[in-house]
Design a protein around this ligand. Structure first.
Ligand code: HEC
Ligand code: HEC
Length: 255
């Protein structure tokens, strides 16, 4: 028993170390995030630093756009957003869709990244789901949601772990390490899974996502994305929702 719990602690220590090394992503010491500054940059950009308004590409409500291949940012996780902006700024992750995010993130200060992440986590829990029929009509390959659901819930024996074992039920997110992937945009999901699989996105702690993606076929990727893009925010009989405030306990929100 003692051995097992030590192992668990060591594992978590490693995850935390790898995920958060280099910056205080865990926000252990008290920091503050200014939602008003976040909203201002989100809507107007920072013209003197060459940063365009985030809303142009991610949408007014930060729901992402399939037509541009941009992700939803609303409520996907404060710590996760700060990490991605830092990874883009340090070129540890490349924007492989529009080649814009690396330059944009470099124009943001460390404080701006926190302010933007706090703003993006302040949205009401709305959803604006991908229109899979419209995508199909435009020639995009769309998978079968019922097959994707099996992968998300149960994984594949001896191969991929169930997506929800890390990302939470229906991919609703498990702060601070695992982003919300349920209700994420379809095109973006397919792109990221493909990039994890070929190693062109490699900013995941301990290569967790790359290892899983390498076990997925093209059909698996399309199926998982079809299910996740339409996933309900909660399941019947399980009303628990990740409370973003859990990771914000050391962050003072200034309005
Ligand atoms: C010109 C279009 C454009 C603008 C403007 C833009 N983004 Fe992005 N953003 C993208 C694209 C495209 C991606 C997906 C990159 C990829 O597929 O590799 C992305 C990805 C991201 C991600 C990664 C999200 C995730 O789920 O991993 C974050 C965070 C982000 N953007 C934040 C911002 C913020 C904050 C701003 C404003 C300061 C902004 N973006 C402005 C196009 C844009
Ligand atoms: C062992 C834990 C684990 C499992 C199981 C797992 N993931 Fe992940 N996933 C992660 C981590 C950690 C990240 C965040 C990587 C980072 O920090 O950039 C992630 C990120 C992602 C992203 C990128 C989200 C974004 O906004 O850019 C997608 C998409 C994704 N996972 C899909 C899946 C799917 C689909 C499955 C099941 C087939 C799955 N994951 C199973 C750990 C896991």
């Amino acid at each position: 028993m003692r051995k097992l719990s030590n192992w668990v602690i060591v594992c978590w220590g490693t995850v935390a170390m790898l995920a958060f090394s280099g910056a205080s992503f865990a926000e252990e010491s008290a920091v503050s995030a200014n939602v008003t500054n976040g909203k201002n940059i989100y809507e107007n950009g920072k013209p003197d630093a060459g940063v365009p308004a985030c809303a142009t590409c991610h949408g007014d409500k930060a729901m992402g756009m399939d037509a541009m291949g941009t992700p939803r940012l609303a409520n996907i996780g404060y710590v996760y957003i700060v990490k991605q902006l830092t990874n883009f700024a340090e070129d540890k992750r490349k924007d492989l869709t529009m080649d814009q995010m690396n330059g944009i993130a470099k124009g943001l200060t460390v404080q701006d990244r926190r302010d933007l992440a706090a703003y993006e986590n302040s949205f009401p829990r709305d959803s604006e789901l991908s229109d899979l029929n419209a995508l199909k009509a435009d020639g995009t390959v769309v998978g079968e949601a019922y097959k994707g659901q099996i992968l998300v819930k149960y994984g594949r024996e001896g191969k991929a772990g169930a997506c929800q074992s890390c990302h939470g039920s229906n991919g609703r997110g498990a702060d601070p390490v695992y982003p919300k992937i349920g209700q994420q945009k379809y095109v973006y999901l397919v792109n990221q899974l493909t990039h994890w699989r070929d190693g062109s996105r490699a900013n995941d702690p301990m290569g967790q996502m790359q290892a899983i993606a390498r076990t997925l076929s093209d059909d698996d990727i399309h199926n998982a994305a079809a299910y996740l893009s339409q996933a309900p925010a909660r399941t019947e009989g399980d009303t628990y929702e990740i409370d973003n405030k859990t990771v914000l306990k050391n962050v003072t929100i200034v309005k």
